[in-house]
Structure formats: C-alpha cells, structure tokens
Ligand binder design. Structure first.
Ligand SMILES: [Zn+2]
Length: 168
C-alpha cells in the first residue's frame, strides 16, 4: 500500500519531516505549510502512481481551505485521508485545522490522555521555562523553552486561576 505521510512545516530547521509514534515507529514525511496545495499535490502523485492512503500529522495546523481540499481528495480521488492532531491550544481555543476537521470529517476518534488526578485530560497548559502556566501568547511558538502538559478541565482552570469563587 502506498501511503503518503505529511507533517506541518512548523520547524524547518531539519529540512525534512519525520513522523514518529510513541511505540518507536517513524516515517519520513512530506511537509505542508499554509500555502501548500494539498489537492493539486495529491492529484499529481496519484496520477503518477496510485496513492492508497494519506496520513496527516499535526493536522491542527491545516487551513480551512486545506481541510476542504482534503475532503475533495476523499470524495473525488477516492483516497482515504487520516488526520491526527490536537483539538485545542493552550488558551482552550480550537486550532483552525481542528475547527474544520471537527465540522467536516466523516469520522472522529478521540484519543484520551489522563490528567495527574485521573480524569480525562482535554486541555493543554503551556508552561514557561520556570514551569509556570502561561495565560496568553501566540498560538504557536517555535524554538522556545516552553513545554506543554495535558490536564483535565478542572485542573486547567485551577492552574490558570479561572475557578469561580464560591458565593457565601
Ligand atoms: Zn485533573
């Protein structure tokens, strides 16, 4: 089976993309940025040699137009497209790609991670170099010292001081 793997060109220091999984498998990947014409590229590849499947990692960085193009890849080229990525950023806002994938995808599969308290982790905290939660900033930071941790909604709000005060 010929699968084409893509990942986001958010960090082009390496020049090439690699998609790796936590169980140790990895694959070279083509890179996409907001200007990449995914339908045109895949149509050309498919014509040269049939493509059986497309896998997009870091799909939260797709634009609205690119998600639309990928739906045309499914509907017109008849190639299944699997996208993997985050739903929301550290501010709790949807990424553009996630927004339109949630709206238009045929099938959604939620991969669950767990907060330190054992609840489902559906939020992401951005931590600065000192380990303090960051409230504001750009959606994507490249090459910084911040890190990210998945937590449940309750602990997300506690970390950012967003919990409602109890009324007397
Ligand atoms: Zn928690």
């Amino acid at each position: 089976m010929r699968t084409l793997v893509f990942t986001a060109e958010i960090d082009n220091r390496h020049g090439v993309g690699i998609v790796s999984s936590r169980i140790g498998l990895s694959s070279p990947a083509l890179l996409f940025n907001p200007q990449t014409s995914l339908f045109g590229l895949l149509e050309k590849e498919h014509r040269a040699q049939p493509v059986d499947c497309v896998l997009i990692d870091e799909c939260q960085f797709l634009t609205r137009e690119q998600v639309s193009e990928l739906s045309d890849v499914v509907d017109q080229l008849d190639i299944p497209v699997l996208c993997y990525g985050l739903r929301t950023d550290f501010r709790g806002e949807l990424f553009s790609g996630s927004h339109y994938l949630l709206a238009w995808a045929d099938k959604l599969i939620e991969l669950k991670t767990v907060c330190h308290c054992g609840r489902k982790a559906n939020c992401v905290l951005r931590l600065d170099a000192q380990g303090n939660p960051v409230h504001e900033g750009k959606q994507v930071v490249i090459g910084g010292n911040e890190s990210y941790v998945s937590v449940c909604r309750k602990h997300y709000k506690i970390a950012l001081g967003l919990t409602r005060k109890e009324s007397e």
